[in-house]
Design a protein around this ligand. Structure first.
Ligand code: FDA
Length: 503
């Protein structure tokens, strides 16, 4: 239920007396709007009608996060955490209902230290850091260590690792969250816990069970992975009339079963399939492997570029070579340049070529977006689906449907969202079923939202199962059981947070 106005006022008073000056921003603060917008990535949620937090706490110390949680609990004002602000539905800084007061603890201001220990191959990373900052810090210490993070460098490690997190080394090293060794978290009682102090079930849940559910993670200890001195990349385009349909059909079987050192994804847009590859080895090795497994793609030595691993991060982030390392430090704090909407699917069986052939017509429509196909297999498939909350380990690949536009207004939004939802509907017979799977880091409120109430009852749980099992399959019930144990009053909640398992 919404916190009444006097509760909100009491909450803000509590923040003001508990926290030092310059940390709390309310609607009355001159810089409230710029702090709020500092990591909004989707223009859809940067409008005067968007329900915004009653207060933003720009924490510079763990004790600020603890104090904010205690004030929230005392005055009945729920708190959302924001690290990089990339949530596809903006749930880290906006709510759907104007009536429900909430506050934001923002970690991006100061809780973003990255401490790399080369000898131990570990790093302690503050959740306000971006993946770009993590890559940069690693590269500054060692050319032979890396981390399998996101393709986009501005993504925050707080949300990314909470939801699993995958990128171009997932076939070699699995999900980013598979490499979490320890964490510090502020729980619903305002306690600061590390792995030794927290319930082992909670440590299981925060490694992929989705951001915003169990507490506010302040930092992660990560295992860094070895990278070779030379990696190789290519990007080749094949158009519809250059047999892209046949290539896509074959790719579905080949990409998940290539040697683990090869990642080969596809971006489908317009009448083209763009094949992008990162190989953890030299050009000769990649050319030979492609000739053996996927000769139809016709990859030649001249398509392949050798570079260091960190250069490959820049190559895929900014599409090109010779970009300066410092580009990884740009958090992109300006106003976003696009509206976007995404959806996701898991694919268990290769789709027939007829399906791909008929899909091309979708890319001729006004409002067309793109598809990103990320293959699994390799290390992803080695881990049992219940070992971490991410359950889609055994599937062939993930589809991301992505629509983006820059024109304002509802007509443009409806056109682009209509495209995405239409293609998603059309794909239903060919993707995973019962439940139709989805990736929690590609948050999609079309799958369902929580009740308006406190979300703690049996009805709420049943309703949440619809989207919860799409994201987590059989792991959803265990996540709800962990929630009942660590946050039974459902303090950490949003429109798609995990409700406590009813007793
Ligand atoms: P944000 O701060 O919005 O948080 C997301 C969710 O986690 C919210 O519910 C929030 O409350 C919660 N949360 C945030 N910080 C938390 C904390 N410290 N403790 C607990 N909960 C916390 N994904 C992927 O797997 N691979 C990829 O390559 C990419 N690339 C990519 C590019 C771009 C441009 C975007 C917009 C998104 C991606 N993503 C992605 C998706 C991304 O992983 C997902 O949006 C993450 O949740 C973003 O984490 P942020 O911290 O940036 O978001």
């Amino acid at each position: 239920a919404a916190a009444p106005a006097n509760q909100t006022a009491g909450f803000i008073d509590c923040l003001v007396v508990s926290l030092p000056p310059g940390v709390v921003y309310t609607h009355a603060s001159r810089s409230y709007q710029s702090v709020l917008e500092s990591s909004i990535k989707n223009l859809l949620f940067d409008t005067p009608a968007t329900p915004t937090p009653v207060a933003i706490v720009e924490a510079t110390d763990a004790s600020h996060v603890q104090a904010a949680v205690r004030c929230g609990v005392r005055h009945g004002v729920p708190i959302r955490s924001r690290s990089g602000g990339h949530d596809y539905e903006g749930l880290s800084y906006r709510s759907l209902e104007a009536a429900s007061a909430f506050a934001v603890v923002d970690l991006a201001g100061a809780l973003r230290e990255v401490r790399v220990n080369v000898r131990r191959q570990t790093a302690w990373v503050g959740c306000g850091a971006t993946l770009g900052e993590v890559y940069y810090a690693i590269a500054n210490k060692s050319a032979r260590l890396g981390f399998p993070g996101s393709v986009g460098p501005t993504v925050g490690v707080g949300g990314f690792l909470s939801g699993g997190g995958f990128g171009l080394m997932l076939r070699k090293h699995g999900l980013a969250s598979d490499l979490i060794l320890d964490a510090t978290i502020v729980d619903a009682k305002g306690r600061l816990l590390d792995r030794a102090a927290m319930d082992e079930d909670l440590f299981w849940a925060i490694r992929g069970g989705g951001g915003g559910n169990f507490g506010i993670v302040l930092s992660w200890k990560l295992h860094l992975v070895p990278v070779p001195a030379t990696v190789t990349v290519f990007t080749v385009h094949r158009s519809r009339n250059q047999s892209a349909t046949d290539l896509l059909t074959k790719w579905q079987r080949v990409a998940p079963s290539l040697p683990n050192d090869i990642f080969l994804r596809v971006v489908v847009q317009n009448q083209n399939a763009q094949f992008e590859s990162l190989y953890l080895g030299t050009r000769a090795g990649l050319v030979a492997a492609m000739a053996a497994s996927f000769p139809e793609l016709g990859v030649t030595a001249s398509d392949c570029i050798e570079m260091t691993w960190i250069q490959s991060v820049l190559y895929f982030a900014f599409y090109g070579t010779g970009k300066p390392l410092e580009m990884l430090l740009d958090r992109g704090t300006g106003r976003p340049d696009r509206y976007f909407k995404a959806k996701s699917d898991c694919v268990q069986e290769p789709m027939p070529s007829l399906v791909w052939e008929s899909t091309w017509s979708w890319f001729l429509k006004d409002g067309a977006g793109l598809l990103i196909l990320d293959p699994y297999g390799g290390e992803m498939a080695r881990v049992a689906p219940a070992e971490t909350p991410f359950p889609h380990r055994q599937e062939l690949y993930n589809i991301q449907y992505y629509g983006f536009w820059s024109e304002s207004g509802t007509a443009a939004a409806e056109k682009h969202m209509g495209w995405i939802r239409g293609l998603y509907r059309e794909m239903e017979p060919y993707v995973s079923k019962n439940p139709r799977g989805a990736y929690v880091n590609y948050r999609d409120l079309d799958l369902g939202v929580n009740d308006d109430g406190d979300g703690a009852g049996a009805a709420s749980y049943e309703k949440a199962r619809v989207w919860g099992e799409a994201y987590f399959k059989g792991n959803f019930e265990r996540l709800a059981a962990v929630k009942a144990k660590v946050d039974p009053d459902n303090f950490f909640k949003n429109e798609q947070s995990i409700p406590p398992l009813p007793t």
